[in-house]
Structures are given as structure tokens and as C-alpha cells.
Design a protein around this ligand. Structure first.
Ligand code: GDP
Ligand code: IMO
Ligand code: MG
Length: 431
């Protein structure tokens, strides 16, 4: 029996991690979010009720699960308190089931202003979510950032906040000619939000080790996707954290021996929000159809997601850099009406017809042309199917081909946004 399972996005985010973790968390004691911030948007639908989570882990809809925000996450206090209140309005009890590592770094309002100013004025915009994520991680690494633990010492927090805001305001005013941030307002709001959060702030690694000793089952929840990883993604069009497996260890304080299995969430086609290379992007009416049918609009910013065919070359990289052992395939139903479905199996360089590449060289992504295999569509409704044998034979062929190309087994198939729209082929917790 597996005890620690990592669930990670294998593409550019929005693979359906929230839906999958909500399904799988039925069997676990804890769900621990490890990195990223409220740039994430994880959608869960239960009995037609849609919940979008940003910083809170995706086990929160289950009363039996303790949800923990790990130290690798950057937290906007205001946005977290708003998220808690929204869930409570939906009659989901949060505070009993949520804990926050007091080593989480804080996203300040000035980080958000810096993010916005850079996107507006910098020559090479990334298409960020403008949630201040990059600037917050920068300050963490530069050792001038604030952490939740700083709020426990009021005087110290005041001094540290003043110092960092002076620095941010100088930069905002003189470099970007942008709005300055009011120190007193941030100070007061921080302590107001902390009234709610102080009760659930903990020393995470101690809690985790105690739980591991007591044989608790844990899902480590990834945010974003592997191709947005700061080290391994399509730099500079990435987010500012390690979205791949290493982010789990640094973002929680557990060691690798406590992750028994790495599960990749794989969307049956590709999407990307923001700028950056996207070799299999579909820029015609099929792309528009998939965007509409798949409701591919960012859960955080509402932006339309760019849509493309499945890219096996990119996925093979994700498998390697994460040690992915099995897949949860999502959004198969979105392909139902297509006559033909393409899958990119290798790349070739522009102007060079002969040589094909089955591995990614990210510097070259703008320079490559995908080589596709085309599959016959199934033309039947798969939405809501819960048994593998009820899938159309062409859909089963598509699934088996993905397994063959990647050499990774698909253990769960999602056939719709609802919690119940799922085919469980194998209990991922068993050997
Ligand atoms: P995440 O960031 O990886 O958690 O993914 P998002 O929640 O941002 O985006 C996935 C979207 O697809 C959400 O709107 C989900 O409700 C939806 N979704 C998840 N699985 C399926 C599926 O199998 N079929 C369909 N049609 N929608 C799905
Ligand atoms: P989930 O967890 C999709 C993208 C942004 C942008 C880049 C950098 O829902 O899968 P940032 O605000 O992080 O500095 O933006 O990363 N991005 C995501 N794209 N899903 C996400 O999260 C994302 N989080 C960030 O669109 O291209
Ligand atoms: Mg998302």
C-alpha cells in the first residue's frame, strides 16, 4: 500500500489536477500543497456546484481530509482570507481542515504592483497572472522577504515591512513611475488577516513527520505544470517555482523516501495560458471548438487558454524530470466530436526535412515543426462514462496509443468535470 503520492501537472498547467486530487483524496488523511501561490486555479465540481481553489489544497471538500499549505507556497494573506470566506459561504468548513506552514513567504501588495508594472512596461512580457508571484519568490531568494512566522513578533514585522516597502516603493516610483504602496494600510491589513490565520499556522515538518510515523496517507499536490517549471520549463515563459517533483521536497520538508509514487495528470490535448512556445498549438476553428467545448478559460484570470494537440515529446520530458509512474488522463470527452485527432510524436527542425527529434531542446522550440500521427475520432459521447468497457473502441485505441508512446500506464480517466465522471482502472494506492 502506497502512503505518499505526488500528483503533478505534466503539461502547462490546468490539466485537471484539482478534479483528480478531489477524487483521489477520498482515501487519504492529508493533502499538502507544495509550491506556487494564488496564480493557480483548481476547479472542482460536485453535484453541479463549482468551486475554484487558488491557494487552498484540493482535498478541502472532504471533511475527512486535513489540508496543509506547505512552506514552498507564497501566500497573499488577503486573498487567502477571501478564499476561506468564500468557501465558508458555500458551507464548506475550512478552518478546522486547513493548516498553514508558518514558513510560507508572504505576497505583499507591492509584489502585485511590481508584477503588473513589469508586464506593462517590460519588452518581453510573460503573460503572468499578475498575482505578484515572481516578485515574491525573488524576495524570498534574496532573503529580504517576509514569512508568516514574522507576524508572531509585531515589532519585528513592522520594521521588516517598512524596510521592504521602502525598497519596493523606490523601485515602483523611480523605475516604473507606478503607484506606491501605503505602509500603514498594509501593516493594518496584514494583522487583521493574521487574526484568522494565526490559529492555523503550524510548524509543518514536525506535523508531517509525526503523521508519517503514524502511517497517515498523504497526497502532495502540485500546482501549475512541469513545462512551467522555473528550471526545466520553457524559460523565461515559466512561473517562478519548481513545479516538478523537487518542489515537493523543498516545499514541505519531507525527504524523497516518503513519496512512494509520482502520478502525472495529463490532459488529452494541450493548453497554455500566457506567452511562450507552443509547438502543437491549433490556430484554426478546431482550436476554437476545443477551447469552447473544454471551457478553456483561465480559472484565475478568465483569459482564453491557447489550445493544441497532445505533445508526446514534451510529455516524455515531464515523465523523466518527475519520475512519473502513472497517468490520470483528463478531458477525454472534449475530443468526442472530432473527426480526426492528432498527436505529436516527434519534432523536426524548420528547413530540415529528414532528421526527427524525440527529445525536447527548449532553446529550439520556436524553431521546430511537430510531426503528427493522426487518429480517427470516435464521434460518440464519452461524458460521464465510468466503465472502461463502455468507451468507444477508437477512444480506447487513442488511450492505448498514449500508453505505448509514453511507456506509462493510465490508471484513472476523467470523463467530465464532475467528481463522479471518472473511470478508475487501478487504485493508485495499491502496488
Ligand atoms: P488544474 O489547474 O490542473 O486544477 O485545472 P483547472 O481546474 O484550472 O482546469 C481544468 C478544467 O477542466 C476545469 O474547468 C475542470 O472543471 C475541467 N475538467 C476537469 N476534468 C475534466 C474532464 O475530464 N472533462 C471535462 N470536460 N472537464 C474537465
Ligand atoms: P494551475 O495550478 C496555467 C502561467 C501564467 C504565465 C506564467 C507565469 O491552475 O495549473 P505567474 O503568474 O506564475 O508568474 O505566471 O505561468 N501560469 C499558469 N498557467 N495554470 C496555472 O496554474 C498557472 N499558474 C501560472 O499564465 O504564463
Ligand atoms: Mg488551473
Amino acid at each position: 500500500m502506497k502512503k505518499g503520492i505526488a500528483v503533478l501537472g505534466t503539461q502547462c498547467g490546468d490539466e485537471g489536477k484539482g478534479k483528480i486530487i478531489d477524487v483521489l483524496s477520498k482515501e487519504v488523511n492529508y493533502v499538502v500543497r507544495c509550491q506556487g501561490g494564488n496564480n493557480a486555479g483548481h476547479t472542482i465540481v460536485v453535484n453541479k456546484k463549482k468551486i475554484i481553489l487558488h491557494s487552498i489544497p484540493s482535498g478541502i471538500l472532504r471533511k475527512s481530509v486535513l489540508n496543509i499549505i506547505g512552506n514552498g507556497v507564497v501566500l497573499s494573506l488577503k486573498s487567502l482570507v477571501k478564499e476561506i470566506r468564500n468557501l465558508e459561504k458555500n458551507r464548506i468548513s475550512v478552518l478546522e481542515n486547513l493548516r498553514i506552514s508558518y514558513l510560507c513567504s508572504i505576497v505583499l501588495p507591492s509584489h502585485i504592483e511590481i508584477d503588473k508594472a513589469r508586464e506593462k512596461h517590460c519588452g518581453q512580457a510573460i503573460g503572468t497572472t499578475k498575482r505578484g508571484i515572481g516578485p515574491a519568490y525573488e524576495d524570498k531568494v534574496a532573503r529580504r522577504g517576509l514569512k508568516i512566522i514574522d507576524l508572531f513578533n509585531e515589532k519585528n514585522f513592522e520594521i521588516k515591512l517598512k524596510s521592504i516597502l521602502d525598497y519596493h516603493n523606490f523601485y515602483l516610483k523611480n523605475y516604473y513611475k507606478a503607484h506606491e504602496i501605503h505602509y500603514q494600510k498594509v501593516l493594518e491589513e496584514s494583522f487583521k488577516d493574521f487574526e484568522t490565520l494565526s490559529k492555523i499556522s503550524i510548524d509543518l515538518y514536525k506535523l508531517l513527520y509525526k503523521s508519517l510515523k503514524n502511517n497517515k496517507k498523504i497526497i502532495y499536490e502540485g500546482a501549475q505544470g512541469s513545462l512551467l517549471d522555473i528550471d526545466h520549463g520553457t524559460y523565461p515563459y515559466v512561473t517562478s517555482s519548481n513545479t516538478t517533483i523537487g518542489g515537493i521536497f523543498s516545499g514541505t520538508g519531507i525527504g524523497p523516501k516518503f513519496v512512494d509514487k509520482v502520478v502525472g495528470v495529463l490532459k488529452a490535448y494541450s493548453t497554455r495560458v500566457g506567452f511562450g512556445p507552443f509547438p502543437t498549438e491549433i490556430k484554426n476553428s478546431i482550436g476554437q471548438f476545443l477551447c469552447k467545448k473544454g471551457k478553456e478559460f483561465g480559472s484565475t484570470t478568465g483569459r482564453a487558454r491557447r489550445v493544441g494537440w497532445l505533445d508526446i515529446v514534451a510529455i516524455k520530458k515531464s515523465i523523466k524530470i518527475n519520475s512519473i509512474e502513472s497517468f490520470c488522463l483528463t478531458k477525454l470527452d472534449v475530443l468526442d466530436e472530432l473527426e480526426e485527432i492528432k498527436v505529436c510524436v516527434s519534432y523536426r527542425k524548420k528547413y530540415c526535412r529528414k532528421k526527427r527529434y524525440s527529445v525536447i531542446d527548449s532553446d529550439d522550440l520556436e524553431e521546430i515543426i511537430p510531426v503528427y500521427k493522426t487518429f480517427k475520432g470516435w464521434g460518440k459521447n464519452t461524458r460521464g462514462i465510468t466503465k472502461y468497457k463502455n468507451l468507444p473502441k477508437e477512444a480506447i485505441y487513442y488511450i492505448e496509443k498514449i500508453e505505448e508512446f509514453t511507456n506509462v500506464k493510465i490508471e484513472v480517466i476523467s470523463t467530465g468535470p464532475e467528481r463522479r465522471d471518472v473511470i478508475i482502472l487501478k487504485n493508485i494506492f495499491y502496488e
